[in-house]
Design a binder for this molecule. Sequence first.
Ligand SMILES: C[S@@+](CC[C@H](N)C(=O)[O-])C[C@H]1O[C@@H](n2cnc3c(N)ncnc32)[C@H](O)[C@@H]1O
Length: 436
Amino acid sequence: MTNPNYSAKQRDDARRLSLQLLDKIRNGAALDDVVEMLAWHDQPIPKSYVRHILMGAMRQSGQLARMLNRHLSKPFDKASSDIQDIFLLASFDILNTTAPKPSVAHAWVETSKTIGNLKRAANLLNAVLRKVVAETPEELPNPIHNLPFWLRKRLIADWGQPRMEKIAAMLLEVPPTDLRLMKGQENPAKDAHVVTDQLIRLADASIDVRDLKGFDKGGFIVQNLAAGLPVDLGLALHPTAKTAIDLCAAPGGKTIQLLDHGLEVTAVDYNTRRLTKLEQNLTRLGLDARTIRADVLQLQQNTDESYDVVLLDAPCTATGTIRRHPDLLIQKHESQLEELVEIQKKMLDRACQLLAPGGILIYAVCSLFKMEGEDQAKSFLERHEDFEFVAPTLPVWLGDKEAIETHEGVRILPDHLLEHGGMDGFFMGYFKRKKR
Ligand SMILES: C[S@@+](CC[C@H](N)C(=O)[O-])C[C@H]1O[C@@H](n2cnc3c(N)ncnc32)[C@H](O)[C@@H]1O
């Protein structure tokens, strides 16, 4: 992917920027923030090129590292992170370019010569990238290597080897973009796959949704089909609900859904920046909710305050969204899983106290792991005998694939609706307080 309208200097700047952004991600920056930094970057550089190589290098980091190992005398993962990064970005670029591969390799070597720490690696880079020029994407090692070993092991334990392999293969594809239209709004996209009156899958994932008709007037939000299910299915279980509290609300996708269903909503999040984003989103859509910046575990409550619907879209490993967030492949570690499971447990125990009699507690995680989904739901019920599972009615468009509806809730794996591009992985559990 090279754009002839950009000068060699602008393309060089783009390569440098991709290195800086990958470094930020390695150091913990969220991908959404990095993408926003790129959007606001004020120099005229090929931004879509930066995005393409950055996302691609992260998605395929495991395959690329193995391929590079064939050409390196020392193991790839023993190199310093800045050298690993230029190898990953350059080799992804070379393997996927429509320009002459040797010229792309040459350009990366020239870029390296102008960057402090990378100057010393220019000769090595030159020697290795010449060999990468002779490779093809088809010859890359098995895509399962893009998933860190611990992630593979856990996916196999939960869903078996073939499913893990399918998930790894899907990771290579650019995920589709889904829109949720606000009630009564028209579909702004031609050629889209129309799932329902309100759910649209765009045919071209590279469309900038801000250019679509109705964006400024709040006609729609971007929300993966799976991410919309917890609220849609939950509210169908409680059609007379009037009030809701969204406990981990930012940036507000599900708050907006609750409002669109006509509920009076309180939105809680402890992250100031994300809560501001939620407020901006509400403003764009012309919606209003009470927003509270607070830690759910410390949430103060008037003794008589309770809600018909309590939504806990809990912090989790987000492994169900790795296709859209390949940064997780670099940032997430197994040690974070147990910590998150403990937080989710505490949050569930707090969340259920906010429920009005007859109300519904919706628990959602965009995780692929049973520990955060099915097991968490089961252990909640073991601790709270006054609650019971309730089974939602699944929409026809989800199809009748086995294992969507488990005893504990609804499970979506990324290969669901594969023929239309798949979905994010999600688990959602629905609990009702038993009548005494
Ligand atoms: C999965 S995201 C929520 C996505 C959101 N529900 C949506 O649909 O747009 C989880 C959110 O939980 C928030 N969060 C994590 N721990 C929290 C806590 N202890 N108290 C309040 N918010 C928390 C994070 O800041 C993050 O915004």
